[in-house]
Design a protein around this ligand. Structure first.
Ligand SMILES: Nc1ncnc2c1ncn2[C@@H]1O[C@H](COP(=O)(O)OP(=O)(O)OP(=O)(O)O)[C@@H](O)[C@H]1O
Ligand SMILES: [Mg+2]
Length: 335
């Protein structure tokens, strides 16, 4: 399948100032990856490992103190190729945001204006892109769109606070898909929802993707969601991509000790053994450890892990992992 996006050596840091001392928080530090057309790509990893920062950059929503220091973010859009890092802001607003890339933000209620009825929010977004020529046709189009996504048209007459969390999240997804973008990025779309509601929201995302064949990037720390929804999964740890593979491959045979931990801590019905826990927390990204950033928490750490950053190794089956334990195993290392 052709690529929609190629990310090369991306470094995006927050520059912060505290008591006159400036620090760089290396939230995304040398990430190389691609997204294919027509796939659901899941990003996983513990809190503060850089998931949201990565998608801020991919969606072109970079604001102070976040700055890109290195790398490129190349899209193959319907209307041609673009490095989003070099696109001027007005072009981003006019031609790319919502139309090519829709970003359902973490705590997505932020896209809904609390003092405006849902229909008004649709109007606000659509009017800025194409204007509203015929009010009746416009209303009909929105009603149809909402209906097609299985939402009761009455939601359009509601204020956000009158809707349940699950319904608000569906509305946010409906807004994101109104222009049929090439890429929908959803950041923790189900985290605040209970399991049953969560299933409905994920089902909606899946249905939209399979009907319109666009690309969905789904960010969540919940590995069970990835197991159910994603075609491929990328694991982030402390600002780096440490493993990536098709979902069935990564769940069958995770290769990085961090991924192994994330997968083994998934609950299994009837299992009372108590899963091996992972000590400690992810490092402070203003001062991350040398070498492999996971080494202070890794039970299998070796001497080399403390000094050398592990290279991303190709393990076959579209599987990549960055761990020194694999140095002698990767097909490319054996040659
Ligand atoms: N505006 C900011 N200024 C300084 N540092 C920031 C800012 N926003 C995020 N960070 C830091 O960047 C790092 C990555 O944060 P990010 O929000 O990308 O993580 P995340 O993986 O999305 O976490 P979560 O699962 O909690 O949403 C963290 O160390 C965080 O403290
Ligand atoms: Mg986040």
């Amino acid at each position: 399948m052709a690529n929609l996006l190629q990310v090369q050596g991306l470094k995006a840091y927050y520059k912060t100032e505290m008591y006159g001392i400036s620090r760089l928080v290396k939230a995304v530090d040398d990430v190389t990856m691609n997204l294919k057309k027509n796939e659901i790509y899941g990003i996983a990893g513990e809190s503060s490992c850089g998931k949201t920062t990565l998608i801020k950059v991919l969606s072109g929503t970079i604001k102070n103190p976040l700055k890109v220091y290195e790398g490129s973010v190349n899209y193959q859009f319907k209307r041609g190729e673009k490095d989003i890092l070099t696109v001027p802001n007005d072009e981003l607003q006019r031609d790319i945001r919502w139309k090519e890339i829709a970003y359902v933000m973490q705590g997505s209620m932020s896209v809904l204006n609390p003092v405006r009825k849902v229909m008004k929010t649709f109007e606000d977004i659509i009017a800025t892109h194409e204007g509203i020529k015929n009010r009746k046709e416009f209303n009909e189009r929105i009603r149809e769109h909402v209906k097609k996504l299985g939402l009761p048209p009455d939601v359009l007459k509601s204020y956000p606070h009158e809707l349940s969390g699950g319904m608000r999240q569906r509305v946010a997804i409906a807004l994101a898909t109104v222009f049929h973008p090439s890429l929908i990025i959803a950041d923790e779309p189900t985290t605040a929802l209970d399991v049953v509601v969560q299933r409905g929201v994920l089902q909606l995302l899946k249905e939209i993707q399979s009907a319109s064949h666009n690309t969905v990037m789904l960010v969540t720390h919940d590995m069970a969601v990835h197991a159910n929804v994603a075609d491929r999964v990328g694991i982030m740890y402390a600002g780096r991509l440490v493993e990536e593979a098709p979902a069935d491959v990564i769940f069958r045979r995770p290769r990085h000790p961090y991924t192994q931990h994330l997968i083994s801590s998934l609950p299994v019905i009837g299992d009372k053994t108590g899963k091996g826990s992972l000590d400690g927390t992810p490092p402070n990204l203003a001062n991350p450890p040398e070498g492999c950033r996971f080494h202070p928490r890794c039970k299998e750490a070796m001497k080399i892990c403390k000094t050398q950053v592990p290279a991303m190794l190709d393990m076959g089956e579209e599987h990549r992992a960055a761990c020194h334990l694999l140095n002698n195993e990767a097909p490319e290392a054996k040659q």
